[in-house]
Ligand binder design. Sequence first.
Ligand SMILES: Cc1ncc(COP(=O)(O)O)c(C=O)c1O
Length: 396
Amino acid sequence: MVAADGSGARVFRAANRIANLPPYLFAEADRRIAAKRAAGFDVVSLGIGDPDLPTPDYIVGELKRTAEIPANHRYPDYYGLPELRKAVASWYQKRFGVELHPDNEVVPLIGSKEGIFNIALAYIDPGDVALVPDPGYPVYSIGTMLAGGTAHYMPLLEENDFLPDLDAIPASVLEKARVLWINYPNNPTSAIAPMEFFEKVIAFANQHNLLVCHDNAYSDVCYDGYVAPSFLQLPGAKEVGVEFHSLSKTYNMTGWRIGMMVGNGSAVSALGRVKTNVDSGIFQAVQYAGITALTGDQSWLPDRNLIYQRRRDYVLSVLREIGIHAPTPRASLYIWARVPKQYTSLEFSLKLLDELAVWVTPGVGFGPSGEGWFRISVTTPDDRLDEAMQRLKSLK
Ligand SMILES: Cc1ncc(COP(=O)(O)O)c(C=O)c1O
C-alpha cells in the first residue's frame, strides 16, 4: 500500500500488537486543541500533570557542572551509578523509614514510565493477566497488552473511596493473574489509601501469588498536612512487591527522565535483565543531578506544595460555585470532578473546548470507570488558571 498523502511512500502492515491497541483518545483531543488554536482561540489547557514550576537552581547547577566532565559523555553503567542507588536507598530511609539494599533492591529508571512498561516484559506472558485500576495511568494496561497479556480492570468508585474491591475479582481471572497494580496517591482520582488497604493487598498477593506493583509517583505532593506513606513501610511488603517512584513530580523534573523501582530483589533483578537488553541507562550528568535532588535541600517542598494547594482551593471554589461536585484531594496534582449528568465525559470536555477554549481531560481516557468524571491539573501558572476559571464561571 502507498501513503494517501501522495508522497509515494510505502505503508507497512503494523504488528498486531500495536494494531490491536485501543484508540488513543488523547491523540484525537490533541488534534481538536490544535485546530482550535489554529482558528485563533487562546486555549487554556488544564489537561496535563506537568509541573509549570522550574527545577530548582541547585539541581540544574549540578547538571551543568557534571555535563562538562568528559567521563559523563560515555555510555552510563547499566544499573546506574552506585552513588545514585545509594542516594535512592538513603532517601527511602529518611523519607519513609524503609531499608533498601542499594545493589539488590534499587534499579534506576529513565523515568518511572519506562519501568512501568518494562516490568510487563519481565512478568507477563501471552495469556497472563495484570490487575489494573480503572480509571488509571494508561501505561499499566498498555504495557500489559504490548507484552501479550490482558488487563483486568478493577473499578475505582467514589462509594469505595476509589479503592479497588479485591474480593470482587473473579476466581477465573485470579488464576491467570501475575501482577497487581495499585497507585496511591492516585492518578487520576487523587485518592489516598489507608494503611489497612495496603495490609489487605499484601495478604491478597500472598494468597494469589501476585507481584504487587505500587506506583508512588505523587508521594511528595501532599496537602493539609497529609504525608503519604510508601507501600514498602508495611511488614511483608518487600516479600510480595515493588514500588515505582520518580523525581518528576517531587522535584519538578518531568523532562529529565529519572526514576526508580525499589523493593523485592528478584523483581529488581528481572527488570534489570530486561533493561540491560533494551536501553543503556540514564545520561550520567542527569544521574548526578538526581543525587543532588535526593540528598540536597528538601526545605522548599512544603512551599511548593502550598502553591498547588492554593490552586486546588481556587479550582474547588469555582467548581462548587457552578454546581460541579469534586472531592477535596489531599495529594497529587489533580482534581477529579463529576461531569454534569446530561453529558458524557468526552462530550463535556469538547463542550468546554468549543465554547470556552478550556481543555480538561475526559475521565473515560483513563478507563471505562472514568466515565462521568473529568480531571483538572493544577500545574498551570496562576494567571492562566485564573483565566480558565473566569471562563468556567460563564458556563451555560
Ligand atoms: C501515576 C503515574 N505514574 C507514573 C508516571 C510517569 O512519570 P515519569 O515517567 O515522569 O516518572 C505518571 C506521569 O504522569 C503518573 O501520573
